[in-house]
Ligand binder design. Sequence first.
Ligand code: ZN
Ligand code: ZN
Length: 299
Amino acid sequence: MHRTIAYALGSVAVGVVVLGLKYLAYWLTGSVALYSDALESIINIVAAGAAVVALRVSAMPADDNHPFGHSKAEYFSSVLEGVLIVIAALAILREAWLSLSHLKAISAPVEGLAINALATLINGLWSWVLIRQGRKLRSLALVADGKHLFTDVITSGGVFLGVVLVGLTGWLILDPLIAALVALNILWSGWGLVRESVGGLMDESLPAEELDRIREVIFKHAEGAYQAHDLRTRLAGRKTFIEFHLVVAGQMPVDEAHEICDRLESALHEAVDDCVVTIHVEPEDKAKIADVYVPYEGP
Ligand code: ZN
Ligand code: ZN
């Protein structure tokens, strides 16, 4: 089993433990804010489970049926996660709204908070492990999972402080208000996930600064060619697809043009992780407004 998948499975296990603890904290106290915190861990479990499946599928090599590979599989888990996040946020908002009309005191706050704090500590440690190992294994999915978990840790910290405040001040209304804030924060992160996956499914271009970097690499390594135009890029999960037309002298021998292409391909592979490069070679009468003009070096 691949190590990234092992960590993703670890996330499922950690999520189950944390959910159990957080639900216990809610059950003891009846706090809506703690309820919202617990619901958020359900998302983490399902998201981690979906990530396991997505990582397995996207790691499969290209085959006859899927000649461009399977890396788009990751978008399915992100869309699923986004939808779940929206459902969880709505559930929290409903609970907060219902409890507004009959505010009740929080029971056993100290025990509840202690259990909630323990769960948050576990989440914090695991997010640290995920980010560290994700960077080591160069897995964006693990790093993203770790960062997501870390934002949960911060939300949980806010919930914790809020419930402490309710206990100290007796302002019961704070409890549903904090829950609503958590819900809005969850909605925001869900929106980001869905937006990103839709962008990937719609073959959105790379961001402008990445494109600049690619043009720069072509500029530096296209010596012998005249220009590059019709640069098109798209992402498929971790994979980046880059294609463009390369204009060379019409009389240039094929092996010379091919050498330029090979040089460009390996330079782009250096610069962009996990990329697929396609170059279409053309004679000079096909030149047009270019993405990259190669400086003429003289004979
Ligand atoms: Zn062209
Ligand atoms: Zn070749």
